[in-house]
Design a protein around this ligand. Structure first.
Ligand code: KDG
Ligand code: MG
Length: 416
């Protein structure tokens, strides 16, 4: 079999996705996801301008070999743009392999280790009451694990666009997403002291309201120093979080040792670790409990299965990042890995159906992740179990979109 064509298509059915299509001389086609939120065109250009020419004529079933050729062969390697592009191609190659073998991808990864992948969802609110209500709605839908964020009293006050969402929520409409995109960066203010004061009170309230059965998670989103994060992790111990996410930025991952020494609150980190070598130190030093790389940014299924194998002897579990800035193709690839690795931990889940644009998403994608109660699954079809309607995808052109930026009260830039 030979690769005859490969293209990254940027589509915006409500939000931007970069879809990678690989065609072969046998007529089999594979789809991958190379979406890099807010930098979509850079990832698409990396695929189309730099990776595609080296793929034409190659055997798509030599996945590991092609992965190494694209990763090492360029000399310049790693980083979010190149590894997202590589991930998109890798996932499309696994889709082709599954279709050629007549097997779902999870079967080719060693087969199911579980009936479904336990998922967590996102309940945000501008007040503790709203966040608790949202969490209750999810629990009523069968979810057992909820990540809870409280924007306003957690020390953040985003600009008008975000306040508009808060107003919509107060009016009884569901909160669409905290990661608001805009055609220019939305600027929000954030201060550590009110945040650090508010979060333990918030979880105290949530435990009283929601009880002990539900698993609660919280995402710090890389905003704290190791010292601040160590204190927060210790203060949150009475509330038994499933995990405390990204307590520090990746630049300060060595500071995880300080957090570990201070607290037994489980730590998840890694959505900004975009290559395998970055993960090695934290894993072998047991500085984390859940590795949160994004299958779509770290090198695809090929990299994710290696990372899971690295984690296993160190009692680290997987908790792959999978927000709605991945397309349904990326979500499907992630759940295939979840089902097939022994040390799966928990899967982020944020269905596109919850967003404006759900109709458009349904027009572009057919199949993909399904849910049964708190568990995710994928169709037992050859490949990833999801197809893309290319004509529909081409109907929705790219729209410029940025993530928000955070400023301290004095105007200085802080990690969002
Ligand atoms: O593009 C950035 C988002 O993917 C990120 O902010 C979401 O932190 C996130 C999460 O845990 O899903
Ligand atoms: Mg996160």
């Amino acid at each position: 079999m030979k690769i005859t064509r490969c293209e990254a298509i940027v589509t915006c059915p409500g939000r931007n996705f970069v879809l990678v299509k690989i065609e072969t001389d046998t007529g089999l086609t594979g789809w991958g996801d190379a979406t890099l939120n807010g930098r979509e065109l850079a990832a698409a250009a990396a695929v189309n301008d730099h990776l595609v020419p080296a793929l034409i004529g190659e055997d798509p079933l030599r996945i590991e070999h092609l992965w190494q050729s694209l990763y090492l062969g360029a000399y310049w390697r790693g980083g979010p743009v190149l590894n997202t592009a590589l991930s998109g191609i890798d996932v499309a190659l696994w889709d082709i392999l599954g279709k050629e073998a007549g097997q779902p991808v999870y079967q080719l990864l060693g087969g199911r280790c579980r009936d479904g992948a336990l998922a967590y969802v996102h309940a945000g609110g501008v007040t503790p009451e709203m966040a608790a209500d949202r969490a209750r709605q999810f629990m009523a839908q069968g979810y057992q694990c909820v990540r809870v964020q409280m924007e306003a009293t957690a020390g953040s006050s985003y600009n008008e666009k975000v306040r508009g969402i808060a107003a919509a929520e107060s009016a009884g409409k569901p909160m669409p997403q905290p990661m608001v995109q805009a055609d220019l960066p939305a600027v929000g203010e954030w201060e550590p002291t009110p945040y650090l004061r508010a979060v333990p009170r918030f979880f105290d309230y949530l435990r009283k309201e929601l009880g002990d059965e539900v698993e609660l998670l919280h995402d710090v989103h890389q905003r704290l120093t190791p010292t601040q994060a160590a204190g927060l992790a210790r203060e949150l111990e009475p509330y038994h979080l499933f995990w405390l996410e990204d307590p520090v930025p990746p630049e300060h991952k060595d500071g995880l040792a300080q957090i570990r020494a201070a607290s037994t609150t489980p730590i998840a980190i890694g959505e900004l670790f975009t290559d395998i070598p970055t993960c090695v130190g934290p894993v072998v030093n047991r500085h984390l409990d859940y590795l949160r790389c994004d299958v779509g940014h770290v090198g695809g299924i090929t990299a994710a299965r290696k990372l899971a194998a690295l984690c296993e002897p160190f009692a680290v579990k997987t908790g792959w990042h999978a927000p709605p800035d991945l397309s349904p193709v990326g979500h499907a690839a992630t759940v295939h890995v979840d089902l097939a690795v022994s040390n799966f931990g928990l899967q982020e889940w944020w269905p596109h159906e919850e967003h404006a644009g759900a109709e458009m998403v349904r027009e572009v994608f057919d199949g993909g992740v399904t849910r049964r109660g708190p568990y995710l699954d994928v169709p037992a079809k050859p490949g990833l179990g999801i197809e893309v309607n290319e004509d529909a995808a081409r109907k929705f052109p790219y729209k410029r979109a940025y993530l928000p930026v955070v400023r301290r009260a004095d105007g200085g830039v802080h990690p969002w």
